[in-house]
Design a protein around this ligand. Structure first.
Ligand SMILES: [Zn+2]
Length: 419
């Protein structure tokens, strides 16, 4: 059957017709440290089986190590410099207002999913938070039997908008809260049901990182989540699918011994050193649901307002505790494959155990009370797992052995690289 099916060309890569359904799961915030813990202690037997019988490595995610850029890298098969989604926010220097980057019109190039749908495949994209839904579903006509929805609005799905309706009774689940592991588990349960009932060729299931922001790998909450995740991916694999697991970014603890967050308030520091109003610091991790991390991440952008130069900002960073790198736009874009037209004048990256905010007065940390701050965004959180439940063919074994893999190659490996 697959002999008659076309090769699908997307953003410079050729994809063969899948031999069996391909499910890519993005474990949001799925730092390799969680797998290290749970593979070692036997909590995730299905994933352990994938590692034994299939393919597993640690790959490079896209920078900055945030949710939107990496989800778009995965579903387009391209780096941030190509697809253009470099964070949740960028600064519009015409208005000096931050612009949310979740609109499909900001995503450059096609998604692998939409191109397969055009070629006649049935496809599914499900995301936990609705902010990703429109970009994941870019170019997708759900009237043709495709499905695209979010757990956040699972209770409001319509056939016209999402290709599926009555999701909660169908799954026998309640509407999950925004700060719950069920928000991710609903994505997986719906993927399992759709795979069983409709047998689509491609599924992309994108979770949320509330669990990883909240719990370290050695905490019970994290284990409970990974056990349920493991059960779900085991059921996907049992439906004769190629199951590929990766993450958008990792996660690190950024608190001191007393449990308080180690924050560099960069806008406050630059105002003090260079003068108020000379720079604007934007935290591209910001979205509508930040109680679990206070909009604090490991990567921020500084835009200049005309009175100081990028080098003055970089010089002002010298010797400041918590800073790993401060780079001008060109250097940052060259090093990390980021789009220059959406980069700040200076990119500042935090050390593994620090995070960076703008002004102390603009971040609400009340949601963190009683919890250590765990967050992401820097190079320290840009290593992610890449696991496939089936062995690689010879060409892709050679490919894997001869280069550092990028997480945006996961669809390529899952579709083209498996036996
Ligand atoms: Zn994320």
């Amino acid at each position: 059957m697959s002999k008659d099916k076309p090769t699908v060309h997307v953003n410079g890569t050729d994809y063969r017709w899948p031999l069996r359904p391909v499910v890519v799961v993005c474990i949001d915030g799925g730092d390799p440290a969680y797998l290290r813990q749970f593979l070692a202690d036997g909590s995730i037997p299905n994933i352990a089986g994938f590692v034994r019988q299939g393919f597993a490595t640690v790959a490079d995610g896209s920078m900055p190590s945030f949710t939107c850029p990496n989800n778009m890298s995965i579903i387009t098969g391209t780096p941030t410099s190509k697809h253009g989604i470099s964070g949740n926010f960028y600064l519009d220097t015409a208005t000096w207002e931050p612009v949310v980057m979740t609109g499909p019109e900001l995503l450059r190039g096609d998604t692998i999913i939409a191109r397969f749908a055009e070629a006649g495949a049935k496809v599914v994209t499900i995301t936990a938070k609705d902010k990703l839904r429109k970009q994941l579903g870019k170019g997708l006509d759900v009237s043709q039997g495709h499905v695209s929805f979010s757990s956040e609005f699972a209770g409001q799905c319509t056939l016209a908008e999402n290709g599926v309706e009555n999701v909660l009774p169908w799954l026998g689940m309640e509407q999950p809260g925004m700060y719950s592991m069920e928000l991710s588990l609903l994505v997986l349960e719906a993927g399992i049901r759709l795979l069983a009932e409709r047998r689509p060729e491609l599924l992309y299931l994108s979770l949320t990182d509330w669990v990883q922001h909240k719990w370290a790998p050695d905490e019970d909450g994290a284990r409970r989540f990974y056990q349920r995740l493991d059960d779900c991916v085991g059921r996907l694999a049992a439906l004769d699918a190629t199951v590929a697991l990766t993450a958008d970014h990792g996660m690190n603890d950024k608190s001191n011994d007393a449990g308080e967050p180690k924050v560099l308030w960069l806008q406050d520091l630059l105002d003090a050193k260079l003068g108020p109003g000379t720079t604007t610091v934007v935290c591209p991790i910001t979205d509508a649901f930040v109680a679990h991390h206070g909009a604090l991440g490991g990567f921020v952008r500084v835009w200049l307002r005309g009175a100081v130069s990028a080098h003055q900002v970089i010089d002002a960073m010298a010797g400041v505790e918590g800073v790993e790198l401060a780079l001008d736009r060109d250097t940052a874009c060259r090093m990390f494959e980021m789009p220059a037209d959406r980069e700040g004048d200076v990119a500042v990256i935090a050390r593994q155990d620090w995070c960076i905010g703008s002004s102390a007065k603009n971040h609400d940390l009340s949601g963190l009370k009683g919890h250590r701050l765990r967050t992401h965004g820097g190079t320290s959180e840009a290593k992610v797992p890449m696991i496939i439940n089936r062995p690689l063919n010879e060409a892709y074994r050679f490919k894997a052995a001869s280069q550092t893999l990028k997480s945006y190659q996961i669809f390529d490996f899952a579709i083209n690289g498996t036996l």
